[in-house]
Design a protein. Structure first.
Ligand SMILES: Cc1cc2nc3c(=O)[nH]c(=O)nc-3n(C[C@H](O)[C@H](O)[C@H](O)COP(=O)(O)OP(=O)(O)OC[C@H]3O[C@@H](n4cnc5c(N)ncnc54)[C@H](O)[C@@H]3O)c2cc1C
Ligand code: SF4
Ligand code: SF4
Ligand code: SF4
Lengths: 255, 287, 355, 430
């Protein structure tokens, strides 16, 4: 079997996905045996900047023209482009306040010198190129990544859950943070895959994996309001990880 | 009913797929292949039988399982033929397999056509698109037991000649004196098509049907059902004499996983063949 | 003839009813370890309960209302590995862990009833042996209960059970009436025979008193007899759309329902791209892709249709199939739903009752 | 001889950075560390947010230091509101931070630095030749992650550490389990020291260096502290951290640079060992001696040795914490309640790469009005430029390739966490 050529790229982000990949300590040697890593600057020198790739895993959001350039180049040289992590899939935290002009931020942070930096509103990869598969998570789940790689090696696109965090939360028999504890839990509208990690620690879901396909945001907001949360608190939480998701944008426009 | 579960029950695990080898792959139309499978276990190979209209759960090892109608006739045992359209995860994986690869098969499942009832009647088979896959089994069953049936009529509609499943096999039937094989296409850009043009319902003009002694067996896309049913009802067909094969998502094939349930029926064990009467009495059944 | 009369008398004797002093309960439960790993209701968080392995007697919560997950998790676990596979060897059944023995202590009648319903589903023309092997290896000890405002098992005719348990304990003050339901139950009792006493008149009176009292504690009452017809008539009701707007499709109700059994099946492959396992995992008819088929057609694309389907299947479809609703009125889905969709209220709305 | 060296993309560091060296007439004109990681504007993004949302958001500044970012953020908030935490919480936080240290140091040593010294392009190629060595490194790394998962709920961006305590407490079995793994880890860490002792460490970047670190809060070596100490002899309260990390914007970089009294300084393992190393005990103390680290080491490449020493320390410290927890039994504590009030809070921790500061101001509703985060990598950038310049001056006659390899080595010795340094700092919004 010819080993597929893989590239692991980071645009702008915290490198969480790359770290999670390196965190697959027990499987790393197996993975290296099964694939041919051509580009992974976080882990190796002498990266191949040009070769055709079978699969490109891309982490991070696009926040500057440089990111966009790199992304387009990656698309050109890759058969499959897989967005990994919430930043790449949804825009992530950096896209929290795209309503504020970048110049304002630059000036606040760098003062007058800020003008010489280029910055664009943070956006997910799909706004620029075709994305073949999205594995969200902030960071991605190790298990999910490993299963995805295995599926890809077998020639299939991986199966990812399309249901909400609540489903996993219930399967794990955790105490409900929303119903029982009246906490601001986004589990009902957040895509599963983390095993309802946070409710498992008695922490409400912050929505770090982004919304499910058909998220009933209006109902979620209504429930939270009835519990006494202010629209501001609710909106802030909704904005944290996937403010750019259309289904959430619709909600923001309503208010 | 007896044929349904005897095989699966042998080992007491109703979900157990048995290994079968892909012995031949016959290209059909684009993205459709006919797979000839032979069970690895010789006993399975010789014991496996089914009723036309039944399906198997086909496993592509590592990719998953999907329901597929049996296209071959039980009158020709030893080989199970499946005509598959490439559409998703499992079917794509199936298309990647080389000849002689192993797949998993369990079944046959579903009620199949009520053969005992159909016998001694006229048989009107109406197919559209992939609908020919299960109907081919019925057709050959009837032709191989020719004396048990009265008139046999096949009506098949496709967009173009290039999109007719089992085209060469069916074209040969046109000349067969003991049946009526009516094939129609919407258009033929190459200009070589010699049979009918137009939608499948137009073929009704070429036949005389006695609703009292005829069973109609339908399988095709929803839009076809809509028009064909209208035509049949117009000709006073009893709802009990219209048999249709319905499609629903399936995971287990044996009435447990819930996916194919409509109202209080399971498409997999109560169907996939339903009479029109059953169908209209199930909520959601007919769109 | 005499023979049968004797046999009958024996049968009555074996279906005995005994009495267990409450102070002997712990000792009795301890003895159950010989029949399997004992699981019992314990607290989770501040207000919730779960069936879980008993490690400490002081943790048992006999007065629990309902557990987050129903006992179905013991017979039809959230994820279940069915086979291991490889190209060379095909699919090989995994059965080892099916054989583990459990004793679940403290099931309420509705949960026992629900297991009987699951039995119907997993039996039938194709018998799901995985389910039934587990079923055989789990002993069930029932416990009566006090309904809360979400319980409507009485309406669903699941407030009392005659069978489906090995033993059933009813509180009569200082002791429990213990009904023995099976030979295994009989073995359990005989193992600690000294702990049990004969039932006397007073006990019977007390049992009847409490049983009557329980009937009056239900705050909810649903008329079942004409429900299927009414549901058919209200198939196009606006109520479904209204609920569809509220429903989050989060799946909570299906996960916690003791009689929801739907599952998905998928293959998981290893990094060697050859070996792997086939699993099944709880699914829900409320999920968007539940009825989605290849090519993109969705038989229940709208949420309202999916919500409707759940209620129909419970209260209408199952009746047609098995002569009773599959809902046992445990109240779990009411408690779990973040959107407060309440099956009692839905039924009442469909009936047009004023709320 | 060449005119300029450009390292486009620093490899095996986390994030995007490059080095540009301009040479004119055989003289080094300019050395820049360019950070071209995009700006994510963390601080302005969170202005107005409710206090309890701050830690999970700011954890995302950096994946590899996410545990310590979370803890420092929690501490700054607790400082602002006067929340007291229990000794058990303090211990668990320390344990979580040690998990982070083990993971970070093991990753840096085995996947990034050691391959350099042994002449490999990275752990991937090293694994092909010396799988046991890489396996040992991965085991150690995994140990760090296991701790972070057990205590923090996730290896990256912990969820379980919250204001006032923890969401769920570890149970006894879990701690016993960790203890066993840590014991094995300690052996592997000792083996790491033996390995490090054999490495030939070149001295081309050696030059006078100012070190800065938190003064250990304890008599023992520690990652917490209320005062900043420098090798210049200065000692400053952490609330005045700005006097040390006097940040300025430089045009070639999205990260700001820090200088103390107009001099660059170094933070991180080496700085900690230089300033607090005398407080080490046990195996870590022996390791320091074995590796020949003493308070006059001025070679940044020794940072890798210091990391190895700290690897031993972190494991020993974790064991110590677990012993204490087991001795007293895990108490079922709920997080301390927060009483919100207007105010400011500052906290500092030693992150794997050096001092980390979080400083916030809140209004009386508990909404954030001001935030300032200074990461170690940002503090190190100026010093890194200094070391690079020294190195170029000494190596100016080497081939371009060898020069750039060596410069990369210097940059990597700092273990820069570039994404960390480029979130932005200092914001005064009214
Ligand atoms: C009774 C019956 C007979 C069928 N006969 C044939 C046939 O002869 N030839 C043929 O090509 N196709 C047939 N189909 C359709 C075939 O089952 C689907 O095309 C197939 O399941 C797609 O699987 P996939 O994994 O490639 O697609 P995906 O979209 O990846 O589907 C994933 C899974 O969903 C389920 N699923 C998806 N679509 C369907 C569907 N239409 N029906 C049932 N389950 C579905 C399956 O479990 C499948 O594995 C039949 C369906 C039924 C119900
Ligand atoms: S805790 Fe959150 S994720 Fe879990 S069931 Fe409740 S709402 Fe859903
Ligand atoms: S529970 Fe929510 S916030 Fe927590 S990991 Fe899962 S998706 Fe992310
Ligand atoms: S439908 Fe609701 S009340 Fe009825 S059995 Fe299921 S969870 Fe219990």
């Amino acid at each position: 079997m010819v080993k597929p050529k893989i590239g692991i790229f980071g645009l702008t982000g915290c490198a969480g996905e790359q770290i999670m990949i390196l965190n697959c300590e027990d499987q790393l040697i197996d993975i290296l045996g099964a694939i041919d890593i051509r580009y992974f600057p976080t882990a190796m020198t002498k990266n191949d900047e040009e070769c055709e790739l079978d699969i490109a895993f891309v982490e991070g959001a696009v926040v500057q023209p440089k990111d966009e350039e790199l992304l387009k180049k990656i698309r050109q040289r890759s058969k499959l482009l897989i967005a990994i992590g919430t930043c790449a899939v949804w825009g992530g935290l950096p896209a929290m306040r795209n309503d504020v002009p970048r110049e304002e931020f630059l000036e606040k942070v760098y003062g007058t010198k800020g003008k010489s930096f280029k910055s664009i509103p943070a956006q997910p990869l799909k706004n620029f190129v075709k994305v073949d598969l999205s594995i969200s998570g902030c960071p991605i789940e190790k298990e999910q990544f490993l299963k995805a790689v295995a599926s890809l090696l077998h020639g299939d696109l991986p199966l990812l859950p399309s249901y909400a965090v609540c489903t996993e939360c219930k399967m794990n028999e955790y105490v409900c943070m929303l119903v029982g504890e009246n906490k601001l839990c986004l589990g009902p509208i957040t895509i599963a895959g983390c095993g309802a990690r946070c409710p498992g620690y008695n922490i409400p879901c912050h929505g770090c994996r982004g919304p499910v396909d058909e998220a009933n945001v209006a109902s979620e907001v209504k429930i939270l309001k009835e519990k006494g949360f202010t629209l501001r608190d609710i909106e802030n939480r909704l904005r944290s990880f996937a403010a750019q998701a259309e289904i959430l944008q619709e909600q923001f426009k309503k208010e | 009913m007896s044929t349904r579960s005897t095989l699966a029950k042998v080992k007491n695990d109703i979900y157990q797929p048995y290994l079968a080898r892909i012995v031949k792959v016959l290209p059909q139309i684009q993205d459709h292949l006919l797979f000839q499978l032979k069970f690895e276990d010789p006993r399975m190979a010789s014991n496996f039988t089914h009723r036309p209209g039944q399906f198997v759960e086909l496993s592509v090892i590592g990719s998953g399982e999907a329901p597929v109608s049996i296209s071959s006739s039980p009158t020709r045992p030893g080989i199970v033929e499946l005509c598959v359209r490439k559409t998703g995860r499992v079917t794509n994986a199936l298309f990647r397999l080389p000849l002689n690869a192993l797949v998993g098969v369990r079944g046959p499942y579903g009620n199949g056509f009520p053969i005992d009832k159909l016998e001694d009647n006229n048989l009107l088979i109406i197919a559209g698109g992939l609908g020919m896959a299960p109907l081919r089994s019925l057709l050959w069953y009837a032709l191989d037991n020719r004396t048990k049936f009265k008139d046999i009529i096949l009506m098949l509609g496709a967009k173009t000649p290039g999109e007719i499943l089992f085209k060469y096999e069916l074209l040969k039937l046109i000349d067969r004196p003991d049946m009526k094989c009516l094939l129609t296409v919407d258009k033929d850009e190459e200009g070589i098509w010699k049979a009918h043009f137009g939608v499948v319902t137009k073929l009704f003009d070429y036949v005389e049907l006695d609703p009292a002694t005829t069973y109609a067996a339908l399988c095709g896309p929803p839009i076809m059902y809509k028009f064909v049913l209208k035509e049949l009802l117009k000709r006073n067909f009893s709802k009990d004499r219209i048999l249709m094969s319905l499609e629903r998502k399936m995971k287990c094939g044996v009435g447990k996983c819930g996916h194919c349930s409509i109202g209080y029926k399971y498409t997999c064990i109560d169907g996939p063949i339903f009479t029109y009467w059953d169908a209209i009495n199930l909520p959601e059944m007919v769109e | 003839m005499l023979f049968y009369q004797n046999l009958r008398r024996d049968l009555v004797k074996t279906m005995q009813i005994l009495k267990l002093d409450k102070k002997n309960l712990n000792e009795f439960i301890f003895s159950l370890n010989d029949f399997g790993e004992v699981h019992a209701p314990v607290k989770k968080g501040d207000k919730q309960f779960v069936f879980s392995k008993l490690t400490d007697f002081s943790k048992i919560k006999l007065e629990y209302t309902r557990t987050i997950l129903p006992p179905k998790k013991y017979f039809h676990p959230p994820t279940d590995t069915l086979f291991k596979f490889s190209q060379e060897e095909g699919y090989q059944s995994l059965t080892e862990e099916l054989r583990k023995k459990y004793v679940i202590f403290g099931l309420h009648p509705c949960d026992i009833y629900a297991i009987k319903i699951l039995d119907l589903i997993f039996a039938g023309e194709f018998v799901d042996d995985r389910y039934f092997i587990r079923r055989k290896n789990v002993a069930i000890i029932g416990l009566d209960c006090i309904p809360d405002d979400k319980c409507f098992c009485r309406s669903m005719r699941a407030d009392f059970v005659e069978d489906g348990f090995d033993l059933f304990l009813s509180d009569i003050g200082n002791s429990y009436l213990v009904r023995v339901g099976t030979g295994r139950g009989d073995d359990m009792v005989r193992k600690t025979q000294d702990l049990f006493k004969e039932v006397n008149k007073k006990d019977i009176t007390e049992y009847k008193r409490r049983s009557d009292e329980k009937k009056n504690l239900f705050k909810v009452d649903i008329e079942l007899s004409d429900l299927p017809e009414i549901m058919d008539l209200e198939y196009e009701s606006k109520v479904w759309e209204e609920i569809g707007k509220e429903c989050l499709s989060c799946g909570s109700c299906s996960m916690v329902c003791p009689t929801c059994y739907c599952y998905d099946v998928f293959d998981e492959i290893n990094l060697d791209a050859n070996h792997g396992v086939r699993k099944r995992q709880w699914d829900s008819c409320l999920f968007k892709d539940y009825a989605l088929v290849a090519g993109g057609h969705n038989f229940r694309a709208e949420r309202s249709l999916r919500v409707k389907n759940r209620f129909f299947h419970k209260q209408r479809g199952f009746v047609a199939q098995y002569g009773r609703p599959s809902c046992v009125g445990c109240g779990r889905c009411i408690e779990a739903c973040p959107a407060k969709i309440d099956i009692i209220e839905v039924i009442n709305r469909i009936r047009g009752a004023k709320l | 001889m060449h005119n300029s060296v450009v390292i486009d993309h620093l490899c095996r560091v986390e994030g995007h950075g490059g080095i540009t060296v301009n040479i004119k007439d055989g003289r080094v004109e300019q050395v820049n560390v360019d950070i071209f990681e995009g700006s994510r504007f963390f601080e302005p993004l969170i202005i107005g947010r409710h206090y309890d949302e701050i830690p999970p958001i700011l954890s995302r500044i950096c994946a590899i230091c996410s545990a310590v970012h979370t803890i420092t953020s929690l501490m700054a908030i607790e400082d602002a509101f006067g929340v007291k935490i229990t000794p058990q919480t303090t211990l668990l936080r320390d344990l979580l931070i040690q998990g982070g240290n083990i993971e970070s140091h093991a990753l840096h040593l085995f996947c990034l630095a050691v391959p350099d010294y042994l002449g490999y392009t990275g752990a991937i190629s090293l694994a092909a030749d010396q799988p046991e060595l890489v396996k040992m490194g991965l085991d150690l790394k995994k140990l760090g992650n296991t701790i972070q998962e057990a205590i923090g709920g996730r290896a990256v961006h912990p969820v379980n550490a919250v204001i006032g305590g923890f969401g769920r407490l570890p149970d006894k079995e879990m701690l016993f389990d960790l203890k066993e793994q840590l014991k094995k880890g300690l052996q592997q860490a000792s083996a790491t020291i033996d390995l490090m002792a054999t490495l030939k460490i070149p001295n081309f970047p050696e030059s006078p260096t100012v070190y800065a670190a938190l003064e250990s809060i304890d008599v023992k070596f520690n990652f917490f502290g209320d005062r900043i100490i420098l090798s210049t002899g200065d000692s400053i309260d952490i609330s005045k951290y700005k006097e040390v990390c006097n940040e300025k914007v430089v045009l070639h970089s999205h990260a700001k640079h820090s200088q103390f009294k107009n001099k660059p300084f170094m933070v991180g393992s080496l700085a900690r060992i230089m300033l607090n190393g005398h407080r080490l005990t046990g195996e870590a103390k022996k390791a320091m001696k074995k590796l020949g680290l003493n308070s006059s080491s001025q070679n940044v490449l020794y940072n890798n040795l210091a990391q190895a020493v700290e690897l031993v320390y972190a494991i020993e410290r974790s064991l110590e914490i677990i012993e204490q927890l087991l001795k007293h039994g895990i108490k079922d504590e709920r997080p301390t309640e927060v009483k919100v009030k207007a105010g400011k809070g500052t906290a500092a921790c030693e992150a794997p790469r050096g001092m980390l500061f979080h400083s916030y101001a809140f209004d009386n509703k508990g909404n954030l009005t001001n935030a300032d985060v200074i990461t170690p990598t940002a503090q190190n950038l100026a010093n890194m430029e200094k070391d690079l310049r020294v190195s170029v001056e000494r190596l100016i006659n080497e081939s371009k390739e060898s020069l750039s390899d060596k410069l990369e080595m210097v940059a990597r010795a700092y273990d820069p966490c570039i994404s960390c340094s480029v979130h932005l700092v200092e914001l005064n919004s009214k």
